[in-house]
Ligand binder design. Structure first.
Ligand SMILES: C[S@@+](CC[C@H](N)C(=O)[O-])C[C@H]1O[C@@H](n2cnc3c(N)ncnc32)[C@H](O)[C@@H]1O
Length: 376
């Protein structure tokens, strides 16, 4: 399919968009936001997202036929986002998985009640073998297999063909071990054998059969300012969404996926480098300002910056004022053209989906600025 200008997602066949949903990520924004920004900027040639999360902006750029660069400090985000830039066949992904599994057991099986109840023993051995092998691989096929694995690691048990490797669990976040063990034991819900290769094969075909042509780009794992300072390319469109103010870190909720990427076999409570963990509002505004300034230094004059932002009601602050202050504070030549309410997106697609339970949806705002001056 040849596409020159991005259109909002309803005009795309559903199967072309599937790869974008390779793995859920808590704080994702809907594909329509970057698609609309791209449609409004048909002259754009290279797109940047300095807080790329699952890589929604990168996928929108791919649909629009453009290369893109994403940066994120969370290894789970970076691993999912990487898949958005890759072009491989489902057969190649399955071949690699089969080759790894046929190579015999590797790695150390984590011990303890959680692991005994979460995965059937043979399935766990396959999982550990795939994890161990993928830790040392950096080919595009390995990156795609890694993202597929993150997407099938945990989720609900269905009646028909299994889609996930774990015992009953939510798909969006991994339950904490003590809670999960209590849940399974109370219901006498023993894990069942799920052959990893079969699930990989079904998922890879579903995701990749109609994937659009990849247009190049790269995902960097790291702090956005540090990474931007080391880049050489120039961009003309930045579409991004920083962590919402007042939001707790979601790293702990992704602990099982973090383990698959080489993390410890327990819940990590660290918040290393996460902008969301600034001690106060001023520090948060300053941290955002530094990202807008670093982005400006990597942009051509006339470039556009589009930001979706929000704050938790409990943070008792005005997200619009905070965001405007951060752009002003950047002193980087960004001229604000428009600030408008983004409304409350549909439940499944909203960035702060984790607050659904509490019923405290936050209103999000979109800010658009153009680079009129030269960044210092
Ligand atoms: C709101 S999410 C972005 C979601 C993204 N738009 C998507 O659709 O998935 C914000 C992201 O910023 C990342 N982040 C927080 N602090 C960061 C930093 N200092 N450098 C780079 N990324 C950071 C978080 O890990 C998180 O993935």
């Amino acid at each position: 399919m040849t596409v020159t200008v991005a259109a909002p997602s309803p005009s795309w066949p559903e199967d072309v968009l599937r790869l974008n949903a390779v793995c859920p990520y808590y704080t994702m924004f809907p594909l329509d936001f970057p698609l609309q920004q791209l449609a409004a900027r048909p002259e754009a040639t290279r797109v940047l997202d300095p807080f790329c999360g699952r890589g929604t902006t990168l996928y929108a750029a791919r649909l629009a036929g453009l290369p893109s660069v994403g940066i994120d400090i969370n290894p789970v985000a970076a691993a999912i986002a990487e898949a958005k830039l890759i072009q491989v066949t489902p057969a190649a992904v399955v071949r690699l998985a089969r080759q790894i599994l046929n190579g015999g057991m590797r790695g150390q099986v984590p011990e303890g009640e959680f692991w005994q109840w979460c995965f059937e023993r043979e399935t766990l051995c396959e999982l550990v073998t795939l994890r161990e092998a993928l830790l040392g691989m950096s080919t595009p096929t390995a990156a795609m297999l890694r993202a597929v694995m993150l997407g099938i690691l945990h989720g609900p048990r269905n009646k028909n063909l299994p889609s996930y490797l774990s015992n009953q669990m939510p798909r969006t976040y991994a339950s904490k071990p003590a809670y999960a063990v209590k849940f399974w034991t109370k219901r006498e819900m023993e894990p069942v054998r799920i052959p990893a290769l079969e699930v990989i094969e079904r998922r890879a075909k579903r995701l990749l059969d109609a994937a659009p042509i990849a247009r190049g780009g790269k995902v960097y794992l790291g702090d956005s300012v540090e990474t931007l300072n080391g880049l050489r390319q120039k961009f003309d469109l930045v579409v991004t969404s920083p962590p919402y103010y007042g939001m707790r870190t979601y790293v702990a909720d992704q602990w099982l996926r973090s383990w698959f990427l080489g993390g410890p076999p327990e819940v990590p409570y660290g918040t290393h480098g996460q902008i969301a963990r600034q001690p106060n509002q001023e520090a948060f505004i300053q941290a955002l300002a530094e990202v807008w300034a670093a982005s400006a230094r990597r942009c051509r004059k006339g470039a556009r910056l589009a930001i979706r932002f929000g704050a938790l009601p409990s943070a008792r602050t005005d997200p619009e004022q905070m965001l405007l202050a951060s752009v002003r504070e950047a002193k980087a030549g960004w001229l604000v053209k428009e600030v408008r309410k983004a409304g409350t997106p549909p439940k499944r697609t909203r960035q702060a989906e984790q607050f659904g339970k509490a019923g405290s949806a936050i209103e999000e705002i979109d800010l658009v600025a153009d680079l009129v001056g030269l960044a210092r």
